[in-house]
Design a protein around this ligand. Structure first.
Ligand code: GRG
Length: 320
């Protein structure tokens, strides 16, 4: 297995290939782990929400930052497992986000949301199982990375939730009906969306660089690696905020079929999103500026980061 490395690649083709690699690995990890638990209803709900759908952009970012960070293919398989863990926690967050007590959405990834198909209790429990499974994969299904790297990855992923998605979701719920504060909205974008995208990029770099200097890229001293990780982190945060701005623009400008989820929900829920507060055009400009700032962070990294740059462009040009 190898990951495409050349620059000026056809981004759509690259995305398709990486998505298909992640999908295949998710299926295989799912098959290996489904026997750990019964009854079938639980695993059918996990399978329904996890496999065969989703753009896999977080997993793709993780693989891309790994690809930028090392030429050592010994860790590629482990990185793929981590990319799958990231897609599993992301998919569980979508299940919980759709619940009646949260965003109350009937449609996700072009089909009825998990609680519509399996009932609320099973949807909550499927999410719980997925969150645990994601961390189990880090401890049990990685082969070559060191224990300290595993701890590092678990730390980054756990904090994306405790310091990111969960408080972000709480603020997001409070922001319905009262929306209008741009500063608060930016904070929500950072927490509920950007922290996981940042974590995805950091995980790939942690595996590739190995900040403990044991196995990964040996070209840099520890303090240099820490600086590189900081630039990856800043890049991820800016890309993540831009991703959510575009998501909210698409909620207004696109349709349910293209998005695979109900369009126009933010207006219905009177949510304070960027385009609702300052309009689509100005929001697009802010997203473009964020991507250009993100690319400046990449320029400070002494590695081949072309693919990350192209992926960040894709974030603002995407249609779903
Ligand atoms: C229960 C631990 C725990 C956490 C859940 C519900 C929640 C806390 C957080 C919600 C986070 C959330 C769903 C943010 C929205 C992020 C976003 C833009 C999702 C859409 O991502 P895409 O477009 O979706 O990448 P696909 O379907 O392509 O994967």
């Amino acid at each position: 297995m190898s990951i495409e490395t050349k620059s000026n690649i056809d981004i759509e083709n690259y995305l398709d290939k990486q998505k298909s690699i992640i999908d295949t690995n998710l299926k295989s990890l799912f098959e290996k782990n489904k026997n750990f638990s019964s009854p079938d209803e639980l695993w059918n709900a996990v399978k329904y929400s996890l496999l065969d759908s989703g753009k896999r952009i977080r997993g793709i970012f993780c693989l891309a930052s790994f690809e930028s960070s090392t030429r050592n293919d010994d860790f590629l398989e482990d990185c793929l497992t981590i990319a799958c863990s990231i897609e599993i926690v992301h998919a569980m967050s979508l299940i919980h986000d759709d619940l009646p007590s949260m965003d109350n959405d009937d449609l996700r990834r072009g089909k009825p949301s998990c609680h519509k198909a399996f009932g609320e209790a099973i949807a909550i429990l499927a999410g719980d199982a997925m969150l645990s499974l994601a961390f189990q994969l880090v401890t049990e299904h990685t082969k070559n990375i060191s224990s300290s790297q595993k701890l590092n990855l678990i730390d980054v992923l756990a904090k994306a939730f405790t310091l990111g998605l969960v408080p972000g979701q709480v603020l997001d719920l409070m922001n319905s009906e009262t929306g209008g504060d741009l500063k608060l909205t930016e904070k929500i974008y950072k927490l509920k969306t950007a922290e996981l995208i940042r974590a995805s990029i950091l995980c790939g770099a942690i595996i590739g660089l190995d900040p403990d200097n044991q196995f990964g890229n040996k070209s840099f001293e520890l303090n240099e690696k820490e600086k590189i990780l900081e630039h990856f982190s800043n890049f991820g945060l800016k890309v993540g905020i831009a991703f959510q701005i575009i998501d909210d623009i698409l909620d207004i400008t696109s349709d349910t079929k293209t998005l695979g989820k109900t369009s126009g929900k933010d207006k219905e829920q009177k949510k304070g999103t960027y385009p609702m507060i300052i309009g689509v055009e100005q929001s697009k400009k802010i997203a473009e500026n964020l991507i250009s700032e993100a690319k400046s962070e990449l320029k400070k990294i002494p590695l081949k980061t072309q693919i990350l740059s192209e992926l960040s462009e894709h974030v603002i040009n995407r249609i779903n």
